[in-house]
Structures are given as C-alpha cells and as structure tokens.
Design a protein around this ligand. Sequence first.
Ligand SMILES: Cc1cc2nc3c(=O)[nH]c(=O)nc-3n(C[C@H](O)[C@H](O)[C@H](O)COP(=O)(O)OP(=O)(O)OC[C@H]3O[C@@H](n4cnc5c(N)ncnc54)[C@H](O)[C@@H]3O)c2cc1C
Length: 445
Amino acid sequence: MTETLHIVGGGMAGSEAAWQAANAGIQVVIHEMRPKVKTFAHQTGNLAEMVCSNSFRSDDDEANAVGLLHWEMRAANGLIINTADKHALPAGSALAVDRDPFAETVTATLLAHPNISVNYEEITELPDDGHWIIATGPLTSSALGEAIAMETGADALAFFDAIAPIVYADSINTDITWLQSRYDKGDTEENRKAYLNCPMTKDQYEAFIDALLDAEKTEFHEGETAGYFDGCLPIEVMAERGRETLRFGPMKPVGLTNAHKPDDKPYAVVQLRRDNVLGTLLNIVGFQTKMKYGAQTKVFKMIPGLEDANFARLGGIHRNTFLNSPTLLDGQMRLKSRPNIRFSGQITGVEGYVESAAMGLLAGRYAAAEISGTALNVPPPETAVGSLVHHITGGAEAKTFQPMNVNFGLFPPADAKAGRKNRKTRYKAYTDRAKVAWQAWLDGE
Ligand SMILES: Cc1cc2nc3c(=O)[nH]c(=O)nc-3n(C[C@H](O)[C@H](O)[C@H](O)COP(=O)(O)OP(=O)(O)OC[C@H]3O[C@@H](n4cnc5c(N)ncnc54)[C@H](O)[C@@H]3O)c2cc1C
C-alpha cells in the first residue's frame, strides 16, 4: 500500500485534483494517455485541453450558478479557474479563455510542482489497492471503460448521454397543465400524480411538428455515433419518420384526462417528470434532441404550459461515458464496491469544463484528507460545489440519471419571501447564502 495519490486522466478534473492534493502535501502521479493514445476530440498532448468551445460560461457570481462555481473555485485557490482568469479574452459577462496558452500554463504549472509527476500512459484496469482518482472524462478509453463496466455492471455505465430538456418547475403554467400518471397508475397518490401533462390540440400539434422539422440541428462529430440510434431517437428524427410517430410515442394522449377540461380529449400530450428529489426540476419525457439550443427554446415554448418556461438545461445527445453515480458512489465520491477508487469529473455525471474542474477540486481535497488521516465533510448543498455532489451522489433520480450542469434548481430553495417577484433578487439570495456556507466549509477543513 502506498500513500501516493494516483490520478487517471489529466483533463479538467484530474489536473485540478492533482493541484489540490499536491498543495496539501500529498505526492501525486497523474497517468495521462495522450499524446500516445488519442481521442477523437482532443488535438494536443496538453493537460486540461478544452475540447470544443473556449468558454467557461457566465462569470456573474451574484445571479448565475456557474458564476458562483467560479467564485467558489477562486476562493479555494483553484488552478483551472485561476489559469482561466490569467488567459481570459474579452467576452462580456462570460469567461472566455485563450485555449492553447491556458492548457500550456496548466501543464507547466503541474509539471513544475515538486509533489507532482506525470506518466504518459493509458491505464486499462481498475487498481486493487492504493489511493486512486479516475477522471478519464466523456471519452474514457475503451479498455478502461470495459474494466469499469465489469465492476459496476454494464447498465450502470453509459457511453452516450441522451438528455431531455430540464425545466424549472416554478416556471410552468399550472392553469393549463395537470398532474396525472397514465391510467392513474401507481400505488400512492404521489405516484398517481407523478407526471405533469401539457395538452395539445390538433392545430397545436401540427404547428409543433412543422417547427421540429424546420429547426436547426447539430451534426454528430466523426466517430461519435456508433450504437446510439438503438434506444434514444431524437424527437426531430422521430418526426422525420412520420408526422404521427410522436403521437404514438412520447406524445401519446391515451390514459389521461385534462383536469381543467375533462370533456376535451387532447390530440397529443407532452409529459414532464420530476428530475430531482427536491422537485424543483422536471424533464420533458422522451424529448432527447439534437436541435441547436436557440431552436430548442423556441420550439419547446410552443408546448402549452411551457410558454414562459425557464430551462435548467437544454437537450442533447453526445458520446459521453458516465456512471450511474447516485447508485455507485458515496458522498466522498468513492466507488462503494471499491472505496480505494474515487471518480471525478464528467464521468461522474456532471457536465461541462467548470463542473468537471469543480468535482476535481473536491475529489483532490477528499483524497488528500483521507491520506492524511483526517475527515473532510461533504460541502453543504447550499453551495454550488455541494449542490452538484449532492445531486450526483443521491439527489438525482437514479433511474433517469443523465449528466447535469450546475443550476439553482439543485439548491435547497432560498429566501421564500422573495418568491417569484424578481429572479435577480432570488438568485442573489442563493449566491449570498452559498458564499457564506462555502467559506465556512473551507475554514472548517
Ligand atoms: C466532443 C466534445 C465536445 C465538448 N464540448 C464542450 C464544451 O464546449 N464546453 C464544455 O464545458 N464542455 C464540453 N465537453 C465536455 C467536456 O469534455 C468536459 O466538460 C470536460 O472536459 C470534462 O473534464 P474531465 O476532466 O472529466 O475530462 P477530460 O477533460 O476529457 O479529461 C479526461 C482525460 O483522461 C484521459 N484519459 C481517458 N482515458 C484514459 C485512460 N484509460 N488512461 C489514461 N488517461 C485517460 C484523456 O486523454 C483526457 O485527457 C465536450 C465533450 C466532448 C466529448
């Protein structure tokens, strides 16, 4: 047994985890397969390469959840966020980054750290002992992916995400929609009312299908599609197969009675289902899509009841290796069946550069505390980092678990008195509360 911390994958999460643990005095080895083994998206051998956009999204730490995550990472001396700040480009209220100097600086900083070394090699097996963090990301190599699936069971590891849009529950018009499960199925009142239904007339349905067919779509990357068409057709592809396909699929109206107009038989029904235990987020059932984000917002707001919907995240389908973390990981991000292994980054079911780096920050600190023989509490759910880790390790619905961006729907509701009056004021209540809680968590270490 060695007291060295091994980190597999030197991306956003692995780089941040190494930095945090090494600064706590732990010897760290990063095992990174690039440039020897390539992925279809990475272009260089640098650590922390940004594979697509150069944006860390909003930097507004008062009214935006991802901006708050930036703030928390800065307060924790995060390498990824501090390096992004150093190489920021003009982008209004967003944090955009000059990608090559950014990755070069992260790489040079880690290589220069006295407690860190980098082995350029692919890891293909799950280690039996020692302290490990696996942060191999959405493009985890096939050999390691197979080894993980052997341990977790194939059903608990996905190779594609199929994300249906997620809506804030409090932005839905309940004068039009009603709660009912199809045929009132369920053994409790809660189960009999597990779905929120949005009814459509024939004219509304036809207009919706036209909009779907006309909408701008995103193309798959080369090498990205294998196997995806089996189980999760995008709704626009279903619509292309026939105008009635959706009415016989996710939009079928059978077994449902409009509570507001019991005599009106809806021509089609869109259903939403709870996406987190708090009930603040709902996903649109079966609505995975490759429509561009602008088109999604326009098309989904045509659904009766969703005219003013706020989206916590929009839909997508991507090559994306991720675990069913709510069933597999404990609050310390350890694999329950092999607690010497932590997972971190996008493979745990968070989504995005910033969220992945944030999970790296936490995993690095957890591992360093464990190696030093001290305990580190899970950050409170009122913080951005805490809201994410609580979501992936328990708050999310395990059956429908899909990768998640940070958003205020993951936080326990704040300042009930502010109500719905002013979104900015409400979000400020969330971020004020989070900053105090995050600082207290950092100070308590
Ligand atoms: C095509 C594509 C486009 C994306 N676009 C965006 C975007 O625009 N914005 C955004 O925020 N997010 C985007 N993402 C998601 C993005 O990948 C993550 O947000 C972020 O990079 C995840 O960080 P990570 O550290 O978990 O994984 P990564 O940053 O991917 O790092 C994982 C590292 O592990 C290495 N590795 C894999 N397997 C092994 C192995 N067996 N042994 C050793 N090393 C291994 C990889 O080479 C890689 O360096 C995109 C993802 C993909 C696939």
